[in-house]
Write a protein that binds this ligand. Structure first.
Ligand code: DGL
Length: 269
């Protein structure tokens, strides 16, 4: 019995880890499309086609529910997939909505009209494709009024993390935070809108300073998945736990083991 978790690469492990902690009895099949990462510099059509292919691989492995633990795919492809591609007996969910519900102080599925919320100045750090999609601002506008969002496309950070070059990743985080501050000097909150970025959360927090509340997705997605499964226990699906990659399994296993500080062994997808 397994739930699928998909990301272009290693970032979704930050969501997987939180989901495993929250749901210790549930098995997960993780798929990293490492051969095609990063997605954040691709076109929306490209992201849609790659994401459908990866999700199909998880359906074939027995999953009935797949979480896109990738903001880029959630922003650029999810709505189109749900409207035109996902079979009636399967579900694909994204990672945006739980984050926005937390930011706007809402409980799961609260669809009441938009209202004023505590935070007024929000910095969004995400991939170029996520920023270009404006999906975050759209979802936020359904729930909150009067929130000023400044988005910073963080080119290069995902590549550096996937390559294990944490010195470069850290330097890029600092320069993206500086660039954001030139546009919004005093953000109250910062959204890490890419599942790779929690791996650099300490660098973001240091660069932003202690007064900025940093939101990252792992535990928020874990909680909303637990809530969803309580209401849809039939969606736990079949298949057995596995880590799959379209890239080089040895290389991806090394990086994943380094990030999660426990041994992770990937197999070829
Ligand atoms: N981790 C992903 C995200 O949340 C994908 C990054 C990428 O492949 O560019 O956006």
């Amino acid at each position: 019995m397994a739930i699928g978790i998909f990301d272009s690469g290693l970032g979704g492990l930050t969501v997987l880890e939180a989901a495993q902690r929250r749901l210790p009895d549930v098995e997960f099949i993780y798929l990293a499309d490492s051969a095609n990462a990063p997605y954040g510099v691709r076109t929306a059509d490209d992201i849609y086609n790659l994401t459908c292919a990866a999700v199909q691989r998880l359906f074939d492995a027995g999953c009935d529910l797949v979480i896109l633990a990738c903001n880029t795919a959630s922003a650029a492809a999810l709505r189109r997939m749900q409207e035109a591609w996902v079979p009636a007996d399967k579900r694909v969910l994204g990672v945006f909505v739980p984050l926005i519900e937390a930011l706007t102080e809402r409980n799961w599925g609260d669809n009441s009209p938009p209202r004023e919320v505590e935070v007024k100045h929000v910095a969004l750090f995400a991939t170029p494709a996520t920023v270009a999609s404006r999906a975050f601002q759209r979802e936020l506008a359904f729930r909150a009024i009067g929130v000023d969002v400044e988005a910073q496309a963080c080119g290069g950070v995902v590549d550096a993390i996937e390559d294990g070059d944490m010195i470069l990743a850290e330097a890029l985080v600092r320069s993206h935070v500086d660039a954001l501050r030139r546009k919004m000097p005093d953000p109250q909150a910062a959204i890490l809108g890419c599942t790779h970025y929690p791996l650099m959360e300490a660098s973001f927090q240091t660069a932003l300073g202690p007064d900025v509340k940093v939101f990252s997705q792992g535990h928020l997605v874990g909680d909303s998945l637990a809530d969803y499964l309580e209401r849809h226990p039939d969606k736990i699906g079949g298949g057995t736990a596995a880590y799959l990659t379209t890239g080089d399994p040895a290389r991806v296993s090394d990086r994943a083991t380094q990030f999660l500080r426990r041994q992770i062994i990937f197999d070829a997808a």
